[in-house]
Design a protein around this ligand. Structure first.
Ligand code: ZN
Length: 242
């Protein structure tokens, strides 16, 4: 399939669902900024508390959780986003459970996004980039997909939520971040700098900002070549049929 580009997707409400503060801004910050710029509400849902994200021996979990939540709020502000929600599951231990899916459904039924952005659960590793994908990223993506379909859509699914007034909601499109197999690109030429403002907000997670900037710029250039623009972010796009 020929990769599609940005033009045909103009969401009104976008929900990013990811394991850790920084996942969405690193993987899709230019896209979130581009959507916000064209008038969409952009919401973040962070499933874990990020409490393992420090190599500083003097850092405590409680402290890093607070730092990272503040960083995510700042990044959301930088891209022009609307809100950040935290479910605060322990970092590094995320499991695909009905309880997690129910929590995600609750947020989907409240925010009613037409586009959900999440991490591709099928990515276990990427040999080209030398990356083993964090198990939290896979769990987040799987639970997000299960929440989108069928649980958020069906009023008979999770009847307790329905009884509490959470009306069913159908998400139209899912964009998954991955390193390969992209079938959709978002032109981020005008929002690359905004992405870097959001990336920079996650200061506690960055050892060498210049190196990271170089890496993300190189990836955006590569995707831009595939998309026919200067800079782009690539996704696996899925338009939900049922
Ligand atoms: Zn992560």
């Amino acid at each position: 399939m020929k990769p599609q580009t940005f033009a045909d997707l103009k969401p009104k409400i976008v929900l990013g669902i990811a394991a850790h503060p920084d996942d969405l801004d690193f993987g899709a910050g230019g896209t979130l900024a581009a959507f916000a710029k064209q008038g969409a509400e952009v919401h973040y849902l962070q499933l874990t508390d990020g409490g393992k994200g420090s190599s500083d021996p003097n850092m405590t979990s409680a402290e890093i959780i607070k730092i990272r939540q503040n960083e995510q709020q700042a990044a959301c502000q930088a891209i022009g986003g609307t809100s950040v929600h935290f479910l605060n599951h322990p970092d590094g231990e995320l499991e695909v459970t009905m309880a997690l899916k129910e929590e995600i459904v609750k947020v989907i039924r409240t925010i009613k996004p037409d586009v959900v952005i999440t991490t591709d659960p099928t990515m276990v590793y990427d040999a080209e980039y030398g990356i083993i994908n964090h198990s939290d990223h896979r769990a987040a993506g799987q639970a997000a997909l299960d929440a989108v379909y069928p649980l958020a859509r069906d009023h008979l699914a999770l009847p307790k939520l329905y009884a509490e007034g959470y009306q069913p909601h159908k998400v139209k499109t899912v964009l998954m971040t991955n390193f390969t197999g992209h079938n959709f690109f978002v032109d981020i030429t005008d929002s690359l700098e905004t992405k870097f403002a959001a990336v920079k907000a996650h200061a506690s997670q960055i050892q060498d900002y210049d190196r990271l900037k170089q890496l993300f710029t190189g990836m955006a250039e590569k995707h831009g070549q595939a998309a026919g623009c200067q800079y782009a972010e690539g996704f696996v796009r899925l338009d939900v049929m049922l």
